[in-house]
Design a binder for this molecule. Sequence first.
Ligand SMILES: Nc1ncnc2c1ncn2[C@@H]1O[C@H](COP(=O)(O)OP(=O)(O)O)[C@@H](O)[C@H]1O
Ligand SMILES: [Mg+2]
Length: 232
Amino acid sequence: MKTVDLCRYYRRGPSEVRAVDRVNIEIAKGEFLGLVGSSGSGKSTLLNLLAGLDSPTSGSIEVEGVSLTSFTRRELAAYRANKVGMIFQAFNLLPHRTARGNVELALYFNQTSPPERRRQAIEMLEQLGLGDRLDHHPADLSGGEQQRVAIARALVKNPEILFADEPTGNLDHDNSKQITDLLARLNRQGLTVIMVTHNRELARSYTNRLVRMHYGRVIEETTDPLIPGGDT
Ligand SMILES: Nc1ncnc2c1ncn2[C@@H]1O[C@H](COP(=O)(O)OP(=O)(O)O)[C@@H](O)[C@H]1O
Ligand SMILES: [Mg+2]
Protein backbone atom coordinates (compact mmCIF):
# COMPACT_ATOMS: atom_id res chain seq x y z
CA MET A 1 0.00 0.00 0.00
CA LYS A 2 1.16 3.53 -0.58
CA THR A 3 0.03 7.08 -0.02
CA VAL A 4 0.24 9.84 -2.60
CA ASP A 5 0.36 13.41 -1.25
CA LEU A 6 -1.98 12.35 1.50
CA CYS A 7 -3.54 15.23 3.45
CA ARG A 8 -6.05 15.42 6.28
CA TYR A 9 -6.83 18.93 7.49
CA TYR A 10 -9.13 19.86 10.32
CA ARG A 11 -10.82 23.21 10.43
CA ARG A 12 -10.40 24.97 13.75
CA GLY A 13 -12.25 28.29 13.72
CA PRO A 14 -10.70 30.44 11.03
CA SER A 15 -7.53 28.35 10.79
CA GLU A 16 -6.86 24.76 9.89
CA VAL A 17 -4.79 22.04 11.48
CA ARG A 18 -2.74 20.04 9.02
CA ALA A 19 -2.88 16.77 10.92
CA VAL A 20 -1.48 14.86 7.93
CA ASP A 21 0.28 17.00 5.36
CA ARG A 22 1.44 15.69 1.97
CA VAL A 23 2.58 12.30 3.19
CA ASN A 24 4.12 9.92 0.68
CA ILE A 25 5.01 6.56 2.15
CA GLU A 26 5.03 3.04 0.84
CA ILE A 27 4.36 0.06 3.06
CA ALA A 28 5.68 -3.25 1.81
CA LYS A 29 3.99 -6.57 2.50
CA GLY A 30 5.54 -8.27 5.50
CA GLU A 31 7.28 -5.29 7.00
CA PHE A 32 7.20 -4.15 10.61
CA LEU A 33 7.00 -0.39 10.41
CA GLY A 34 7.42 1.85 13.43
CA LEU A 35 5.68 5.22 13.36
CA VAL A 36 7.11 7.74 15.82
CA GLY A 37 6.84 11.46 16.52
CA SER A 38 5.75 13.78 19.30
CA SER A 39 2.19 13.98 20.51
CA GLY A 40 -0.03 15.75 17.98
CA SER A 41 2.28 15.03 15.04
CA GLY A 42 -0.45 13.17 13.13
CA LYS A 43 0.33 9.51 13.79
CA SER A 44 -3.20 8.45 14.79
CA THR A 45 -4.73 10.47 11.97
CA LEU A 46 -2.46 8.73 9.46
CA LEU A 47 -3.25 5.31 10.90
CA ASN A 48 -7.00 5.95 10.76
CA LEU A 49 -6.73 7.04 7.13
CA LEU A 50 -4.74 3.93 6.20
CA ALA A 51 -7.27 1.71 7.99
CA GLY A 52 -10.17 3.28 6.08
CA LEU A 53 -11.69 4.77 9.25
CA ASP A 54 -11.32 8.34 8.01
CA SER A 55 -11.23 10.02 4.60
CA PRO A 56 -8.44 12.26 3.32
CA THR A 57 -8.92 15.94 2.57
CA SER A 58 -6.85 15.37 -0.56
CA GLY A 59 -4.36 12.89 -1.94
CA SER A 60 -4.89 9.16 -2.02
CA ILE A 61 -4.14 5.78 -0.55
CA GLU A 62 -3.52 2.98 -2.99
CA VAL A 63 -4.07 -0.62 -2.01
CA GLU A 64 -2.87 -3.11 -4.58
CA GLY A 65 -2.96 -0.34 -7.18
CA VAL A 66 -6.52 0.77 -6.41
CA SER A 67 -7.33 4.04 -4.66
CA LEU A 68 -9.30 3.71 -1.41
CA THR A 69 -11.22 6.87 -2.30
CA SER A 70 -12.59 5.13 -5.41
CA PHE A 71 -14.04 2.31 -3.29
CA THR A 72 -17.80 2.11 -2.97
CA ARG A 73 -19.21 2.15 0.56
CA ARG A 74 -19.56 -1.59 0.38
CA GLU A 75 -15.96 -2.09 -0.80
CA LEU A 76 -14.68 0.21 1.94
CA ALA A 77 -16.67 -1.71 4.56
CA ALA A 78 -15.21 -4.97 3.22
CA TYR A 79 -11.70 -3.47 3.37
CA ARG A 80 -12.19 -2.48 7.01
CA ALA A 81 -13.82 -5.77 7.90
CA ASN A 82 -11.45 -8.17 6.17
CA LYS A 83 -8.13 -6.63 5.19
CA VAL A 84 -7.14 -4.60 8.21
CA GLY A 85 -7.04 -5.11 11.94
CA MET A 86 -6.56 -2.37 14.49
CA ILE A 87 -5.52 -2.27 18.12
CA PHE A 88 -5.39 0.74 20.43
CA GLN A 89 -3.65 2.00 23.55
CA ALA A 90 -6.89 1.77 25.54
CA PHE A 91 -7.73 -1.77 24.26
CA ASN A 92 -11.32 -0.66 23.47
CA LEU A 93 -12.94 -3.93 24.55
CA LEU A 94 -16.65 -4.05 25.32
CA PRO A 95 -16.88 -4.29 29.14
CA HIS A 96 -20.06 -6.38 29.26
CA ARG A 97 -18.78 -9.08 26.97
CA THR A 98 -16.37 -11.83 27.83
CA ALA A 99 -13.02 -12.26 26.07
CA ARG A 100 -14.69 -14.77 23.74
CA GLY A 101 -17.68 -12.47 23.19
CA ASN A 102 -15.42 -9.60 22.22
CA VAL A 103 -13.54 -11.70 19.69
CA GLU A 104 -16.72 -13.27 18.28
CA LEU A 105 -18.16 -9.84 17.61
CA ALA A 106 -15.38 -9.13 15.09
CA LEU A 107 -16.87 -11.87 12.89
CA TYR A 108 -20.42 -10.66 13.26
CA PHE A 109 -20.47 -8.64 10.05
CA ASN A 110 -18.86 -11.08 7.67
CA GLN A 111 -21.49 -13.76 7.49
CA THR A 112 -19.85 -16.30 9.76
CA SER A 113 -22.38 -18.56 11.48
CA PRO A 114 -22.61 -18.34 15.31
CA PRO A 115 -21.03 -21.76 15.98
CA GLU A 116 -18.23 -20.95 13.58
CA ARG A 117 -17.69 -17.55 15.22
CA ARG A 118 -17.45 -19.30 18.54
CA ARG A 119 -14.98 -21.90 17.26
CA GLN A 120 -12.72 -19.34 15.60
CA ALA A 121 -12.77 -17.00 18.61
CA ILE A 122 -11.78 -19.81 20.98
CA GLU A 123 -9.04 -21.00 18.65
CA MET A 124 -7.56 -17.50 18.30
CA LEU A 125 -7.66 -16.83 22.05
CA GLU A 126 -6.00 -20.18 22.69
CA GLN A 127 -3.24 -19.34 20.21
CA LEU A 128 -2.57 -16.15 22.13
CA GLY A 129 -2.33 -17.99 25.43
CA LEU A 130 -5.76 -17.01 26.71
CA GLY A 131 -7.43 -20.43 26.64
CA ASP A 132 -8.11 -20.21 30.37
CA ARG A 133 -9.53 -16.68 30.14
CA LEU A 134 -12.32 -17.23 27.58
CA ASP A 135 -15.18 -16.36 29.91
CA HIS A 136 -13.48 -13.52 31.76
CA HIS A 137 -14.72 -9.99 31.35
CA PRO A 138 -12.17 -7.26 30.55
CA ALA A 139 -12.27 -5.89 34.12
CA ASP A 140 -11.08 -9.29 35.38
CA LEU A 141 -8.08 -9.39 33.05
CA SER A 142 -4.68 -7.71 33.38
CA GLY A 143 -3.72 -4.96 30.93
CA GLY A 144 -1.50 -7.33 28.98
CA GLU A 145 -4.29 -9.90 28.78
CA GLN A 146 -6.78 -7.27 27.63
CA GLN A 147 -4.43 -6.21 24.87
CA ARG A 148 -4.02 -9.84 23.81
CA VAL A 149 -7.82 -10.14 23.61
CA ALA A 150 -7.82 -7.01 21.43
CA ILE A 151 -5.13 -8.58 19.24
CA ALA A 152 -7.21 -11.77 18.99
CA ARG A 153 -10.20 -9.65 17.98
CA ALA A 154 -8.12 -7.97 15.26
CA LEU A 155 -6.57 -11.22 14.00
CA VAL A 156 -9.61 -13.47 13.96
CA LYS A 157 -10.63 -11.81 10.69
CA ASN A 158 -7.29 -12.90 9.23
CA PRO A 159 -6.26 -9.40 8.11
CA GLU A 160 -3.29 -8.61 5.89
CA ILE A 161 -2.24 -5.58 7.89
CA LEU A 162 -2.36 -4.89 11.60
CA PHE A 163 -2.37 -1.25 12.70
CA ALA A 164 -1.36 -0.76 16.31
CA ASP A 165 -1.80 2.72 17.82
CA GLU A 166 0.50 2.89 20.86
CA PRO A 167 -0.45 -0.67 21.84
CA THR A 168 1.85 -0.65 24.85
CA GLY A 169 1.02 2.87 26.04
CA ASN A 170 -1.01 1.59 29.00
CA LEU A 171 1.24 -1.33 29.89
CA ASP A 172 4.16 -1.78 32.24
CA HIS A 173 7.59 -2.80 30.96
CA ASP A 174 7.12 -6.58 31.11
CA ASN A 175 3.70 -6.52 29.48
CA SER A 176 4.95 -4.07 26.84
CA LYS A 177 7.71 -6.46 25.96
CA GLN A 178 5.33 -9.41 25.86
CA ILE A 179 2.92 -7.61 23.52
CA THR A 180 5.70 -6.38 21.24
CA ASP A 181 7.23 -9.87 21.17
CA LEU A 182 3.84 -11.16 20.08
CA LEU A 183 3.58 -8.57 17.30
CA ALA A 184 7.10 -9.50 16.15
CA ARG A 185 6.15 -13.18 16.07
CA LEU A 186 3.03 -12.43 14.02
CA ASN A 187 5.17 -10.32 11.70
CA ARG A 188 7.61 -13.20 11.19
CA GLN A 189 4.61 -15.34 10.26
CA GLY A 190 3.87 -12.90 7.45
CA LEU A 191 1.60 -10.24 8.91
CA THR A 192 2.38 -6.64 7.96
CA VAL A 193 2.48 -4.59 11.18
CA ILE A 194 2.40 -0.79 11.50
CA MET A 195 3.01 0.26 15.09
CA VAL A 196 2.80 3.75 16.53
CA THR A 197 4.97 4.01 19.60
CA HIS A 198 6.47 6.55 21.94
CA ASN A 199 8.95 4.02 23.14
CA ARG A 200 12.22 4.50 21.27
CA GLU A 201 13.68 1.28 22.64
CA LEU A 202 10.79 -0.82 21.38
CA ALA A 203 10.77 0.98 18.06
CA ARG A 204 14.48 0.53 17.50
CA SER A 205 14.78 -3.05 18.61
CA TYR A 206 11.70 -4.47 16.89
CA THR A 207 10.84 -2.67 13.69
CA ASN A 208 12.45 -2.97 10.23
CA ARG A 209 11.88 0.68 9.42
CA LEU A 210 11.07 3.84 11.31
CA VAL A 211 9.01 6.73 10.01
CA ARG A 212 9.10 9.92 12.05
CA MET A 213 6.35 12.52 11.81
CA HIS A 214 6.40 16.18 12.81
CA TYR A 215 3.49 18.58 12.28
CA GLY A 216 1.79 16.17 9.92
CA ARG A 217 4.79 15.59 7.72
CA VAL A 218 7.17 12.66 7.44
CA ILE A 219 10.50 14.16 8.41
CA GLU A 220 12.66 11.06 8.60
CA GLU A 221 12.69 7.47 7.40
CA THR A 222 15.27 5.08 8.74
CA THR A 223 15.99 1.56 7.75
CA ASP A 224 18.27 -0.41 9.98
CA PRO A 225 19.38 -3.62 8.28
CA LEU A 226 21.08 -4.78 11.49
CA ILE A 227 17.77 -5.47 13.17
CA PRO A 228 15.56 -7.37 10.74
CA GLY A 229 12.31 -8.95 11.81
CA GLY A 230 12.44 -7.97 15.45
CA ASP A 231 14.47 -10.81 16.97
CA THR A 232 16.04 -9.67 20.18
N1 LIG B 1 -11.14 15.25 15.18
C1 LIG B 1 -10.26 16.24 15.21
N2 LIG B 1 -10.64 17.54 15.09
C2 LIG B 1 -9.74 18.54 15.09
N3 LIG B 1 -8.42 18.37 15.22
C3 LIG B 1 -7.97 17.10 15.35
C4 LIG B 1 -8.85 15.97 15.35
N4 LIG B 1 -8.12 14.83 15.48
C5 LIG B 1 -6.84 15.25 15.57
N5 LIG B 1 -6.74 16.59 15.49
C6 LIG B 1 -5.50 17.38 15.51
O1 LIG B 1 -4.63 16.86 14.53
C7 LIG B 1 -3.29 16.85 14.99
C8 LIG B 1 -2.76 15.42 14.92
O2 LIG B 1 -3.43 14.61 15.89
P1 LIG B 1 -3.15 13.05 16.07
O3 LIG B 1 -3.17 12.39 14.74
O4 LIG B 1 -4.07 12.55 17.10
O5 LIG B 1 -1.64 13.07 16.60
P2 LIG B 1 -0.80 11.92 17.36
O6 LIG B 1 -1.52 10.63 17.22
O7 LIG B 1 0.56 11.95 16.67
O8 LIG B 1 -0.67 12.38 18.77
C9 LIG B 1 -3.33 17.43 16.38
O9 LIG B 1 -3.02 18.80 16.30
C10 LIG B 1 -4.75 17.22 16.82
O10 LIG B 1 -5.14 18.21 17.76
MG1 LIG C 1 -2.20 9.34 18.67
